[in-house]
Design a protein around this ligand. Structure first.
Ligand SMILES: [Zn+2]
Length: 297
């Protein structure tokens, strides 16, 4: 793709709305914070093997003797084959065993295939064994989170915490710890979930409370900052699908994929982020949405 302009020109080919899941890139407007957004999950060239089942096999079987949905050896073989073919690995792993199985399989592929420009990611991360938390940074595997689940009133959370018990519940969606240990965070939607709005997800990530604040935070020590949450839904979401030369940040030469908001996220209460309105959406410089309240010269 050549000659994308940050200047907001309409471009010759017009918008190609379907090429990514969300709208990406941003540009500062008058009195408005602009949030570049890209989807962590939108990429055709990806593998989505389910590391699923609550427990992985190789390293956790002694502790949790349940059989995983995909045993480790075939998972390793599959991931390595896809890795060798240049696929970006994208796994959804809910339990700590599944997370470890996923990390193990990626590490296996790395050892076997050698260095490469990998953008592998593991999504969900409902609970992570503390020993695996630094492995995201070490291996360069992105932690893809759907923060809408962080609210304690989510139907999945209460039974999960009861099942896990207090010690392991400390590591429910431990994105704060993963980031502190040098891991890259990338925001996903895991659509179809409850919302497709990145603003909702950003608020959940920084508060870990229901949007209306009606319940206390779920493991508040795992909150991330607003810059971290915005980066996860913009530049790092672009990075993980190798779109970082195209969008995710405001830079000359990148696509003018822009969202203009009616409020500066850094100047409002975090509990109000979900109420912020999108005034304008540009895709490759072309308007694909414009609020009637926005007057442009
Ligand atoms: Zn999923």
């Amino acid at each position: 793709m050549a000659d994308r302009s940050l200047a907001g020109g309409s471009g010759s080919g017009g918008p190609r709305v379907g090429r990514r899941g969300f709208i990406g890139a941003g540009l500062a407007g008058a009195g408005a914070l602009v949030v570049p957004v890209a989807a962590a999950t939108a990429r055709s060239k990806r593998a989505t093997p389910r590391a699923g089942g609550p427990i992985g096999q190789k390293s956790l079987q002694a502790t949790y003797p349940h059989l995983p949905a995909i045993p480790q050896d075939p998972l390793d073989a599959l991931v390595q084959k896809l890795d060798a073919a240049g696929f970006l690995i994208h796994m959804h792993a809910m339990g700590d065993g599944a997370v470890r199985a996923g990390l193990d399989s990626i590490e296996y592929a790395m050892q076997k295939d050698g260095p490469a420009d990998r953008r592998d990611q593991i999504a969900h991360l409902n609970v992570v064994d503390p020993k695996d938390i630094p492995r995201f940074g070490k291996l360069g595997v992105a932690a893809n989170f759907s923060s809408i689940w962080f609210a304690a009133d989510d139907p999945a959370s209460a039974p999960t915490l009861t099942l896990l018990g207090p010690a392991r519940s400390k590591y429910v969606f431990p994105i704060g710890s993963i980031a502190a240990a040098g891991g890259r965070l990338t925001g996903g939607s895991d659509w179809p979930q409850l919302s497709m709005s990145p603003l909702d997800y950003i608020q959940y990530a920084v508060t870990r409370q229901p949007l209306d604040g009606s319940k206390p935070a779920l493991q508040p020590e795992q909150r991330i900052t607003l810059p971290q949450a915005i980066a996860a839904y913009t530049k790092d979401a672009a990075w993980v699908v190798k779109d970082d030369t195209l969008d995710g940040t405001l830079e000359a030469g990148k696509a003018a994929d822009i969202v203009v908001l009616d409020q500066d996220l850094f100047k409002i209460d975090t509990m109000s982020i979900h109420k912020v309105h999108v005034l304008l959406t540009l895709l490759e410089g072309a308007t694909v949405y414009r609020d009637t309240a926005l007057s442009l010269p």
